[in-house]
Write a protein that binds this ligand. Structure first.
Ligand code: FA5
Length: 376
């Protein structure tokens, strides 16, 4: 800052002349209006409104003026600084708005584009039903038992009272495992893809201590043509109990438990005579139709698509374990008795969820599974 100027002559303090102040102001306004970006505007601010800017230096000179000249110079410089400040704020505002508009354009999100994130999967409803039924029986003290899908014929047939020449072998179209390569013509491997989960009964009786309560979900294979109700590979769940004093009444109780679990409590069940070589007596299990509750079977009633107006739906096979099977597994039939039941899981799923096409259950399309909930 200059020393106080006792003999004031405004011409001598060049920075404060009206022309000089106007020139510095115009330079500042031009720099501000020609700034194209916020960075350029920042540079203009440093050059024209910073500590070393001509107007700031001029203002510093005011103190060096004699008192009578200070007000005049102060007004001039103050007005100039105000104009520059206003122009700066207006340009700052304008450039920020332009930047925000640009951001909205360049960072626009197209919400209609397909997303590339891996969608969460869904558990297959067949697994969900198998687990649900297993849980019901586990809660009643049953254990879950599993067995191989490539099974010895002895477990799949012989031990279950289905000897080689027994016509019952024809009941389940069997897929046989080829004999080892180079084996003499006519050799049989003695192995099959299990046609049902019943061989797990045999394995359980041979390996587990009595009394025995097991439930065995798993895959079964049959040489069957694919249609709306038949798969060549499907799931069954089997229950087996062997204990002293078990009767058909216990079997009925177990059956009612799984119907309650699958369809909700309150549906009646009924057993009708049937034939399975491994149970005696044998029965097929039907439950009251869960859609019409049996109403459609009454004369003049609305027809029911689910039970075909029968009022009842067949859901499982069952019976008291044939004493011959107990003997094949080394169990004394005079002391122990048992019951068993088995049902197809895809068929149970179709019934409980009104699915007409069994093929939907094996296509592996997540859109089908997801409809049952995204439990993973
Ligand atoms: C059996 O397989 C017996 N092992 C069931 C059993 C166990 C009876 C214990 C007595 C005691 P069946 O062949 O009927 O029985 O088959 C049982 C269920 O499997 C059928 O009711 C059906 O729901 C299902 N099932 C059978 N074949 C197929 C198939 N090709 N596709 C889909 N489900 C099938």
């Amino acid at each position: 800052m200059s020393a106080p100027n006792k003999n004031y002559d405004p011409v001598e303090v060049t920075a404060l002349t009206a022309e000089e102040v106007e020139r510095a102001t115009q330079a500042a306004l031009t720099a501000i209006s020609s700034a194209r970006t916020l960075d350029e505007l920042k540079e203009a601010r440093i050059a024209h409104a910073g500590d070393r800017a001509p107007l700031s230096l001029a203002r510093a000179e005011i103190g060096a003026l004699p008192p009578q000249a200070r007000a005049d110079a102060g007004r001039r410089v103050g007005a100039a600084v105000g104009r520059v400040k206003d122009a700066m704020a207006a340009r700052q505002d304008q450039l920020e708005r332009e930047r925000d508009e640009q951001v909205l354009i360049t960072e626009r999100v197209d919400v209609t584009l397909p997303y590339d994130r891996q969608p969460a999967g869904a558990r297959h409803p067949v697994s969900m039903i198998a687990d649900k039924l297993s849980d019901v029986f586990v809660a009643m003290g049953y254990e879950v038992a599993e067995g191989p899908e490539v099974e010895a014929e002895w477990y799949n047939f012989d031990a279950l009272n289905i000897p080689p020449d027994h016509p019952a072998r024809e009941m389940q179209d069997t897929l046989f495992i080829a004999p080892p390569e180079g084996a003499p013509a006519g050799t049989r491997s003695g192995m099959v893809l299990r046609t049902h989960t019943s061989p797990v009964q045999v394995r359980s009786m041979l390996t587990r201590p009595l009394p025995l309560y097991v439930v065995s979900p798993g895959r079964a294979y049959r040489n069957e043509a694919l249609d709306a109700t038949h798969l060549p590979v499907f799931y069954q769940i089997e229950g087996l109990a062997v204990d002293e004093g078990l009767t058909m009444a216990d079997l009925r109780g177990a059956i009612q438990a799984f119907v309650d679990a699958l369809f909700g409590a309150g549906l009646r069940t009924r057993l009708r005579p049937d034939y399975f070589p491994f149970t005696e007596p044998s029965a097929d299990v039907s439950m009251e139709c869960h859609v019409c509750r049996g109403e459609s079977a009454k004369p003049g009633a609305e027809p029911c698509r689910v039970c075909r107006s029968q009022g009842w739906i067949e859901i499982a096979g069952c019976g008291m374990v044939n004493p011959r099977v107990l003997v094949a597994c080394g169990i004394d039939p005079d002391r122990y008795s048992g019951f068993a039941f088995g049902l197809g899981i895809e068929r149970a799923l179709m019934l409980s969820h009104g699915i007409n096409e069994i093929r939907d259950t094996y296509d592996g399309d997540v859109r089908f599974s997801r409809a049952f909930g995204t439990e993973i």
